[in-house]
Structure formats: structure tokens, C-alpha cells
Design a protein around this ligand. Sequence first.
Ligand SMILES: CC(C)(COP(=O)(O)OP(=O)(O)OC[C@H]1O[C@@H](n2cnc3c(N)ncnc32)[C@H](O)[C@@H]1OP(=O)(O)O)[C@@H](O)C(=O)NCCC(=O)NCCS
Length: 154
Amino acid sequence: MKPRLRRARAGDVDGMLDLERHFPGDRMSRASVRRFLRVPSARVWVVDAPPHGLVGALILLMRRNSTTARLYSVVVDPRARGLGLGRRLVQAAERGARAAGCDAVSLEVREDNAAARALYARLGYVERQRLPGYYDDGGNGLRLRKALTSRRAR
Ligand SMILES: CC(C)(COP(=O)(O)OP(=O)(O)OC[C@H]1O[C@@H](n2cnc3c(N)ncnc32)[C@H](O)[C@@H]1OP(=O)(O)O)[C@@H](O)C(=O)NCCC(=O)NCCS
């Protein structure tokens, strides 16, 4: 079955927690996943591949008084990597951010996360700030940003 990208719903909590196991570093609790699925400031997309379940998820956070959305988390099941799903998730988030009136997306990524950095670079994210010791284990982070051009201008 073809993987299908869609907005997440309340019943996706377990599938998202399963995917979280593949995330490097800190894991999200059930309570935070449930919260992200509930609050209006968060937009969540998943890639659903029945009968296997969810093979990808992305959380985008909108901030009050800011036109920059924050790409909080993106993860693809290792068995489904390299197929363009990460790219599709990030592009969906960009469309969602634009539709919500945002003009940019920012995110933090581990400096040593080559796959994620390649994905973001491919999509036009640029390094804005180095974040030494940003992660709990002392790992360095990078803050990246992409300006969203309007549909008409593209
Ligand atoms: C980062 C991640 C989401 C990428 O997902 P994916 O579905 O494999 O990525 P895609 O297949 O859409 O790849 C898109 C582009 O990213 C780049 N890329 C992805 N994985 C790569 C890898 N391992 N090495 C080099 N480049 C890679 C490629 O340039 C690719 O573009 P191309 O197809 O034109 O060559 C996935 O590796 C993952 O879930 N990692 C663990 C969680 C994580 O680190 N999340 C990001 C935290 S900020």
C-alpha cells in the first residue's frame, strides 16, 4: 500500500510513540504527544502505511506574536528512509506554516545528525546560529531557518 501523508488525529498517539523510538536523544512522553495532538498551536502530520501503521511524523509549532513557525520534530521509520518521506513531511509543514500566515520556518538539529542536515540543506534551510552544548548529553546544535516565499512568487 502506498504511504499516505495526512494530518494526525487523536488515535495516532501509539503510532507516534512507536516512531519516537527511532528519534536520536530525548524521547517525547505520551502526555506530550497527546498534548501536541490537542493544542491549536501544534500542527502534526503523519505518513500512514497500512497495514504497517505510521512510518513518519512531523510536529510544527506556531508561536504567538511570531511569523516564524518552529519545526519541532520529524522522524521516519528506519525501514522507510531514503524514499522521500522526510522531504514530503517537511514540505507539508512548510505549506501548513504558509497557510497559517508564517513567512519562515526555524528548527534546531544536532550538528552530528548528517541525514537530517542533508535533508534540510536539500530543502533550502540555512544555518543561522551554532548552539554549543545545546543537547542534554552536551552535543552541539545548529539553528536553521528557511524563508517561505509566497506561492505566487515561486
Ligand atoms: C532525517 C530523516 C527524517 C530523513 O528522512 P528520509 O525519509 O530518509 O529522508 P528523504 O528520503 O526524504 O530524503 C530527502 C533528502 O535528504 C537527504 N538525506 C536523507 N537521508 C540522508 C542520509 N542518510 N545521508 C545523506 N543524505 C540524506 C538526501 O539529500 C535526500 O535528498 P535526495 O533524495 O534528493 O538525495 C530520517 O533520517 C530520520 O527519521 N532520522 C531520525 C530522526 C531525526 O534525526 N530527525 C531530525 C531531527 S532534527
